[in-house]
Design a protein around this ligand. Structure first.
Ligand code: NAP
Length: 261
């Protein structure tokens, strides 16, 4: 039995994590932490039998979890990770907004044999979209990313877009001379440059998490698109990561590291 602490348990993602871990075999939620809902019942958890704690350290010492799953906020996640790792707890992190270098620093300072697993996107389809985009960029180096999310998302561009841009940059042998050379009549019209890839962020109510990679070549374009229409799309990946982290150590980035070929 893997004992799981869910950090951000009352949030949009955290609620789904609580429900998914509760429903999965050989794992259970032993603690729910959410600063905004301390003292409230953790939603979807054993019929509300677990109360949300407002303090991570207290919840850790009360329940001794094996794994912390964190879906909180870019401003909160670093402190949460440092607290959990220092207690020897493996971490599965979906919260975006931390750079890979900071994640590496946090993992390097953690006790040996602990694992910091971060996935910018836990949906299998999104992992495949990123992989296909990198493969396509080898042959079609002109690529731009449009990422679309709900209007409550705290960071932009999304972690998925940052990761996709980095994979495209690694894969292509040539960097096209544009974007960046044009005169922008309105600032930002050509998006943000990430690893020399233009990224355009859309935020609208009604969206969940979507991304399209557009590649252009002579007389043709290729579009690779993924849509998460429901947050349950992320849960098989989260459950897989919870099952896997015990056998891993150090910083591991990306669900692709856990997927069968
Ligand atoms: P959300 O609905 O705002 O939920 C976050 C919850 O965490 C809120 O209840 C918040 O409380 C709480 N919180 C804030 N600081 C905390 C702390 N120090 N300790 C414990 N709880 C804390 O956000 P969301 O939509 O679930 O997204 C959470 C994160 O996951 C974001 O970074 C998002 O980009 C990311 N995400 C990742 C994936 C992926 O596949 N990797 C997929 C979707 C989303 P308050 O409301 O009081 O602040």
């Amino acid at each position: 039995m893997i004992d799981v602490l869910v950090s951000g348990a009352a949030g949009r993602m955290g609620r789904e994590v609580v429900a998914a871990v509760t429903a999965a075999d050989a794992m259970r939620v032993v603690a729910a932490v959410d600063t905004g809902y301390a003292g409230d019942e953790a939603p979807d958890c054993h019929g509300g039998s677990i109360l949300c704690s407002g303090d991570l350290a207290t919840a850790i010492s009360a329940t001794s979890p094996d794994v912390m799953v964190d879906f909180t906020h870019p401003d909160a996640v670093e402190a949460n990770l440092r607290t959990a790792l220092a207690s020897g707890i493996d971490c599965v992190v979906g919260t975006t907004g931390l750079s890979e270098s900071l994640l590496g620093e946090i993992a390097a300072e953690a006790p040996e044999n602990t694992c910091l697993f971060f996935a910018p996107n836990f949906a299998i389809g999104a992992v495949l979209m990123m992989r296909l985009a990198a493969e396509a960029a080898r042959f079609m180096p002109h690529a731009e990313i449009i990422e679309l999310h709900h209007d409550r998302k705290a960071d932009a561009p999304s972690g998925t877009a940052l990761r996709t841009a980095s994979l495209i940059a690694e894969a292509r042998s040539e960097v096209p001379s544009t974007p960046g050379a044009e005169t922008e009549i309105a600032a930002g019209a050509r998006g943000a440059l990430v690893d020399d890839v233009a990224v355009h962020s859309v935020r609208l109510p009604g969206l969940v998490a979507h991304q399209e990679v557009l590649l252009g070549g002579q007389g043709q374009t290729l579009s690779i698109r993924h849509d998460s229409v429901d947050r349950t799309s992320f849960m098989p990946g989260v459950v897989l990561a919870v099952r896997s982290v015990g056998a891993l150590s150090g910083l591991v980035i990306g669900l692709e590291n856990l997927m069968e070929p």
